[in-house]
Design a protein. Sequence first.
Lengths: 302, 1054
Amino acid sequence: MSNISANNSDINTALGEEGLGKQTWWVEQWMELINSYRFKKRLERAWSYAREGNVTSIRFEGRRVHARVQGTGEDPYKIKLWLDVLSDEDWLYVLEALTQKARWSAQLLAGIMPSDIERAFAASGKRLFPFKLQEVRSECNCPDKANPCKHISAIYFLMGERFREDPFVLFQLRGRSRARLLSDLADQRRKLLDAIIRKKLKESSNYDYTKNLHEESSKAPHSAILNPSMWWKYEGNLNADLVVITSSVDGNTGLNSAGVLPLAEDPKYPNAQEKFLNHLHKEGEKFSQHAMIQAMSTKETI
Amino acid sequence: MSLLHATWLPAIRTPKSSGRPAMLVWADTWRVASPNGPNITPAKHPFSLDIKELRTWLQEINLLPNGIIDSSACLTLPSQPIKKQGDHGLKWTGLPLQAGEPIPKNCEWWPWQVEGLAIDPAMTAEWLSKLPLSGKHPDLGEEIRWWSHLERWALSLIARGRWLPQVELSKGAGYPHRARWVPILNREDDRRRLEELASSLPLVATCALPWREPAGRRNNRTTRLRPEAMREANPIASCRPRSGRLRVANLLQDLVDAQLRTQFEPDIEGLDPLLLTWQESLSSYSGIISLPEEDIERLAKASNHWRESITGNVAPARACLELFTPKIGEDLWRLNFSLQAEADHSLKVPAASAWASGSGVLQLGEIKVDQPSEILLEGLGRALTIFEPIGRGLEDATPESMVLSPAEAFILVRTATSKLRDIGVGVELPQSLSGGLASRLGLAIKAELSDKSTGFTLGEALDWSWELMIGGITLTLKELEKLEHKKSPLVQHKGAWLELRPNDLKNAETFIRTSPEISLDDALRLTATDGNTFKKLPVHKFDAGPRLQNVLDQYHQAKSPDPLPAPEGFHGQLRPYQERGLGWLAFLHRFDQGACLADDMGLGKTIELLAFLQYLNAEKELKRPVLLIAPTSVLTNWRREALSFTPHLKVYEHYGPKRCSNEISLKKILKGVNLVLTTYGLVQRDRELLETIDWQGVVIDEAQAIKNPKAKQSLATRNIAKQIKNKRFRIALTGTPVENRISELWSLMNFLNPKVLGEDNFFRQRYQLPIEQYGDISSLKDLKARVSPFILRRLKTDKSVISDLPDKIELTEWVGLSEEQRLLYKKTVEQTFDEIATSPKGQRQGKVLGLLTRLKQICNHPALALKEKNINQNFINRSTKLLRLVEILEEVIEAGDRVLLFTQFAEWGHLLKTFMENHWKCEVPFLHGAISKNKRQLMVDRFQKDPRGPQIFLLSLKTGGVGLNLTRASHVFHIDRWWNPAVENQATDRAYRIGQTNRVMVHKFVTSSSVEEKIDQMIRNKEQLAEEIIGSGEEWLGKLSVNELQNLVALEEN
């Protein structure tokens, strides 16, 4: 047990605490799910499988996960994993619930998984996250009769990483891609908003929230149509902030703010991501130097 | 002249190529063209240079970019439809308009084919960073400066590391996926910059239509393609004028991507195949990335998610949080949610409107916002990652506002606001907490001149009182102490919430303890610009009493100076603005401040200065001689003007080979002399001698002569202006816009008031480099505020001046003769005179005429009289008249005005043409008798219509004096005089006629003491010479007696 939790923490810290790291509640939940499994010995073996790079591929294809794991045999074993998909009707309940709270839409639009998302699913009596490991359906073509076999278990471990990469994978496994979810959500919201408007209009005939609404008839032509000399005119001055070009004062570059790349690591190439990011940082300093030199060599006014 | 343009050619992506965008540089020029229109393909732009011309020209002006390929594109340009003769409206015909051309009423947008050079994006960045960032360049279209600014921004983003690599999925089946470097525009200042550049985008920069070669075969190696294939590939269409942030953001992205792509060196050590491939594609030319579909999707998703965590999409609006202070007696702060336009932060609508727009479009002022509720929600979701309490306010489906506890409000004000703004969420704080200068503890000052003060000494102490002020609210010391005791960072006072900062409190305490005085000098400084501090405390308010206010207003030129009427003893009248100019000179004189009178040419600076000297004289203040330094060419003019306007002033000319050379005799000569005229050259040569004189003042005319601070004559001039024991006033006169010539400003101010701009080195670092190299506006503003009290510049077009001026201003430019001219003149008169006296009557008239002609030629230039054909090196200095002409033309050219030059000598016209073309490196057309009728019309059309046509037009008086319409000129020069004023006036009327919208200045050159002056006198005193004599040409000359003739031609020595 202690062995495994140590391994688990290895997995978690591989991505660090920054950036999306703080949103990893669903990764933790997944790990808890795995740890609740009874056959610890099998899990240990699965973990070393995963770590030694025996998992040759994991693909999310629609609602299923397809994976290949190199076992003792010549050919890798083929594995399939899936969750029970929510019906369209169930999804409708979920969407309705999601629009009731602006925060849920707000977070989903901003790319964040709300920590209380299960409450929206509870409306349909369903769950987003599997409650027990048994809800994760799986198949493996290895001779081992037990399910999960060590190959499937190896995938379990790596799935956690993939959830960190893209939390919306969970929605996908339940039958809605992120794009689909957001557009369904937008449709649902429009319905809701239109209903609110109708209600308010009924309540008060003086209601004037529509005054800012765009009217097609008021479409003004582009100002260049009215003043064709705009085709050539530019009277702007160089912004004061662009006079002297310096590197970032607070060290706050895009790379620093973005933090860790949410991409699961390939166990065969340990620290590849760290190397990648370090190299980008180094190159970034070079870019910065070069840009400053170039900016200084600007010609004087001719 | 040609004008260079730069238009972006967007990448055309096909399944076969990822396409690379490119910058098309092309040029147009004025030429005669017949109207044309699109046929199977858009018509060729009739004014654009072809590739060969373009290459040659770019090479000539040293702007040929690297990495170019010959290219052609189809551009949408404003065009003027013109019906061809005999055409019955079946066809489109017209001409494209050019930059600067007047816009016709019936302007349409048509596609035109343009040849040009396509620059690779990476090379574009390099090329752009070689171009000037400020100022107008005669060869470059204004949009090129826009491009330079965009590239400058790209450099700044790269320097600050505001970028991330991304993987972009293909736009459709078969199209490649690409690895890209994208700029990150989440920061408040970068977002504002995007709005600025988007709203100021000159549309020519992006007016290219997608233009591609059809997939069909080419006709061998020519670029001519099968018409039907061409039509299919490039339907005749115009692009709508569009602009917008997304467009500009894409251009920026292309520039950043191209630069980073070329610089990036991948390090493949220890990378997994995904990252490895990504890295390689990030450095490859095309950026195409090939990986198995599932991997590419993972990579795209991951990179996208990565970017998403710090920045959203480019949208016309953003979510905004508005904080309101609690109502009196309450604790909780209200936070309203709203939607704010990116382009104009004052455009806001409450969240309710966003919700109410449902699935529609929201109109924010002129800005259209699609999906307003989605933008609002996304912004709120981002805000939540920074400022957690917001979550509480989002429990509803359509939240509009929430309340915050005092502690939460403080966190928002103090730390969260800037972070929120940096992730693209607007925050509006109450005025008194907005963090600007107004929210800092400062002073409200009341001051007035003390009763006995005259207000003319800078150091004098003022009567004054002060109060502490913060957030627009005054508070007493007691109140401040009470607030301090609350030990709370946000305190309420008189209904407003304030933030007390420890540092501000410390400064206030120090201030109170030292109880300082305030001087007139301080008052002038504090009122010069906003945001000044006094003893480390910001001055929020400065109330000046009426008498002090009057001094401040005059000093800052907030109001026109009090006029001073023409002084006693001044012969002539001052126009109202000249009276104000005189008043201003007297005002600064009382403060012992140097003054630069920079009125436009022709407004009468000479008269104002003479009036000022006479004013001192009349006030009995003119006790010692005043030294006036001027270029040689205007010395004569000064002498003449002083003679006629201020005959009471005793004028002495320190000039010529016979000038006084020792101290004792000079001092003797200068007894009782009021004004000494000399030249810049002599100030340097006779430095030691001139320094021995106790000048009352030093005046420099054509002050641009000292523009080079290191030149010997500048040093000598600045030196002689320094006071030794007695006060010495300094006045500079110039007609050029000195305040715009940064490098010349220091030298001028060092002459006038050395303390204002400090030392040379300081000035260069603080002002010159930032302004000239980068066009830094804040430094420029500061510099202008510093120097503006000392510069008075009125333009002919100023409202306050315009009513005082006639539509046609006639100026006589008095000039002297150079040494060579003088000797030649004398010799010619002597030699010819005997001949005439002894020749028979029949031949006399011809001989007299010949002499007069030759003398007039000498007055123009010795080379003309000597029939020289070439321009030698010293050409300009051999004639004082030419010297002066060039000086005036410099000013006129710089002002962008257009000029007609009339001469009666065709040979002089040819020499002048060669000289001027050489001198200004520009084309000077010359219209004379030998030019064909067609060519004449072409010259006239070009002068009238070409937006970048020649500024100087030379005409022979006889050929060009009649019939033509040249109303684009606002200056007319008569280089030499004609006996008959009617002929001159007729020539003048080429410019001064119906259609002329500007005031016309007529400059008539007269060589003092020579035959030209006599002619001038005759013309002026018509009554002495019967009209019919003048009218009958030059025959009367032959009837002159020897004495009369001698009188006419002899050179008068003064």
